[in-house]
Ligand binder design. Structure first.
Ligand SMILES: [Zn+2]
Length: 132
């Protein structure tokens, strides 16, 4: 048996806004803010300032894939005029990131811990690590 949680488990927990370590809800303390640490197990959820900005490219990639790409394809196949497509795409890139903000921010936490699952271990007193 692996010493670490499977990456799929970590990502699944994150997508459900649950702590990647203890699987308890919620990693959010308000609509758009993460707890600095899990209130149940103390796992760091916010690292240094700017750490969670990694969720921003995830968010815009998601908006492009689920919104802009379909609008571009509809335009390409002549189902939308270019003018309508530009307006719809611009509205989408303003609205979709707001709607998916929590999803991508929680996913960013999951991606981090899936990349370094050893960080999920509960540190024994005096053991190095978990310095966030
Ligand atoms: Zn936890």
């Amino acid at each position: 048996m692996s010493e670490h949680l499977p990456r799929e488990t970590i990502l699944r927990r994150s997508l459900r806004h649950r702590c990647p370590r203890c699987d308890r809800p919620s990693v959010f303390k308000s609509a758009f803010r993460l707890h600095e640490r899990c209130p149940h197990c103390g796992l760091p959820l916010e690292m240094e300032d700017g750490w969670s900005y990694g969720a921003v490219p995830l968010n815009y990639t998601f908006a492009c894939v689920v919104w802009v790409l379909p609008v571009a394809l509809l335009t390409l196949f002549g189902l939308l005029s270019v003018k309508t497509a530009v307006i719809v795409a611009l509205l989408g890139v303003l609205v979709v990131p707001v709607l998916t903000f929590r999803l991508t921010k929680a996913l960013w936490v999951g991606i981090y811990y899936a990349a370094v699952p050893g960080e999920l271990r509960v540190r024994k007193e005096g053991e190095k690590g978990d310095v966030h």
